[in-house]
Design a protein around this ligand. Structure first.
Ligand SMILES: Cc1cc2nc3c(=O)[nH]c(=O)nc-3n(C[C@H](O)[C@H](O)[C@H](O)COP(=O)(O)OP(=O)(O)OC[C@H]3O[C@@H](n4cnc5c(N)ncnc54)[C@H](O)[C@@H]3O)c2cc1C
Length: 405
């Protein structure tokens, strides 16, 4: 396919500057350099990219929110036009993205709008529990935990102190485990700083299923459970939340899990805007795509990242919403857009699993890589290395050298 058939407007529009969208934009920039007829537009509500995998550290107060927001202007070459705007809808027939800055026509659209927290319609959850899906969310968690410690220090009754200084995390997936571990490690010292005994704070992790880190190997789950227990985290499994009230998480068996701060990390779904778009959607509102990552019956629209519903042929289940998956899908989409421009055949997406790493606290973690499970300091170092490598790859793709600036 050549430029003239890519779209009347000759524009590739990338919606979302997260892991998938930013990588599509960065990888395409170089390819489009010799093609002045094509314009690349990146749209996001923020003028920064968020390193979401580092949010548990912001929620635990060990990293500032500014450190996980990378300004887009530092990353985007002049060949990309960035539009900071809220995307409100789609005009599929007219091939236009409807945004707060006006409609933006596409020849090809890449949808990479990520996820939103899924409250599974549990009454009171969205109103009373904090979520962790942006740097601002994570800051709010740390602010709430700090305020809870202040309130606990002002209370005289030890029982009340204990309740106020308890953080309850709902959802025992990777995000919930990382949050619980991080908070359990930092809260005793923070309590001291608030004039509260170090043994007053507590962290509870509430999981509806029979085990934390569902889908992981039993060895990894054992190691993570042991580290959490050493950090003093009380893990409750088979504990489904029926409702959230002023008092706490009410479980389906009637038990009440009390605390001073409630955080929800129990799952994600596609943004509402996509549910109402007329695009074909599947599990959790994710968009159904063909093997080239194009929306079914909409070959002008690609989807990458959490928003794409891609079945893993090894398991028969949808690939999980992970940064690793988003980056690989972003690469395939960039290559396929380039292939369209150059008239080459499209490439089917294949996921190459590099393994699974979860931090558990500020010093330890667990990892399953190439069938080998490890737990402890090494796994945490591995997580640090992955995040460092990610930041380096972004700079490398841009050709941006912060030292030379
Ligand atoms: C706390 C936390 C920890 C995580 N830890 C890990 C981990 O350790 N390892 C791992 O692999 N994965 C992890 N993940 C998952 C990973 O972050 C996601 O899978 C990844 O971000 C998905 O990339 P994406 O490009 O699809 O979406 P995102 O990175 O979320 O990007 C979506 C972009 O779209 C923009 N956007 C959305 N809606 C609109 C709109 N209406 N208008 C304008 N702009 C919009 C957003 O601002 C954002 O920039 C974690 C997630 C969280 C929340």
């Amino acid at each position: 396919m050549n430029v003239s058939t890519v779209g009347s407007s000759g524009q590739i529009v990338v919606a979302g500057a997260g892991y998938a969208g930013l990588h599509v934009a960065l990888r395409l920039t170089a390819k489009l350099r010799g093609n002045p007829k094509m314009e690349l537009i990146l749209v996001d509500r923020h003028d920064y990219h968020q390193v979401l995998t580092e949010l548990p550290r912001v929620a635990g107060g060990t990293r500032g929110a500014g450190a996980v927001r990378i300004p887009l202007q530092d990353m985007l070459a002049t060949g990309v036009r960035f539009v900071q705007a809220e995307i409100n809808g789609f005009d599929l027939a007219g091939r236009r993205l409807l945004t707060g800055a006006g409609p933006i026509g596409w020849g090809r659209l890449v949808l990479a709008l990520g996820s939103r927290p899924n409250d599974f319609a549990i009454p009171g959850l969205a109103q009373r529990a904090l979520s962790v899906y942006s740097a601002s969310d994570a800051e709010r968690v740390w602010a709430a935990a700090s305020k809870a410690l202040t309130d606990a220090a002002a209370a005289t009754d030890p029982e009340r102190q204990r309740r106020l200084a308890t953080v309850v995390v709902g959802g025992g997936g990777a995000t919930g485990v990382e949050l619980a571990g991080e908070l359990a490690e930092v809260l005793p010292e923070a309590a001291n700083a608030h004039g509260l005994a170090a043994d007053r704070p507590a962290v509870q992790l509430v999981e509806a299923g029979p085990a934390i880190l569902a889908g992981s190997s039993p060895q990894l789950i054992d190691k993570a459970t042991r580290i959490l227990s050493e950090l003093g985290v009380q893990v409750r499994t088979n504990a489904a939340i029926a409702a959230v009230t002023e008092e706490g998480f009410r479980l389906t068996d009637g038990q009440l899990v009390e605390g001073g701060v409630f955080v929800w990390a129990g799952g994600v779904k596609a943004p509402e805007l996509v549910a109402n778009s007329g695009l074909p959607t599947g599990h959790n509102g994710r968009v159904k795509v063909d093997r080239y990552l194009r929306v079914l019956d909409h070959p002008d629209i690609y989807v990458a990242g959490d928003l794409a519903s891609v079945t893993d042929p090894r398991t028969g289940h949808a690939l999980p919403p992970l940064a690793q998956v988003a980056l690989e899908e972003g690469e395939t989409v960039a290559r396929n857009l380039d292939a369209e421009l150059e008239g080459r055949p499209l490439e089917a997406f294949t996921f190459h699993d590099k393994g699974f790493v979860v931090s558990v606290g500020t010093r330890r973690g667990v990892a399953d890589i190439a069938g080998v499970t490890s737990g402890g300091r090494l796994a945490h170092l591995l997580k640090d290395a992955i995040e460092w490598e990610y930041r380096q790859s972004v700079r490398h793709l841009r050709g941006w050298d912060p030292v030379a600036r």
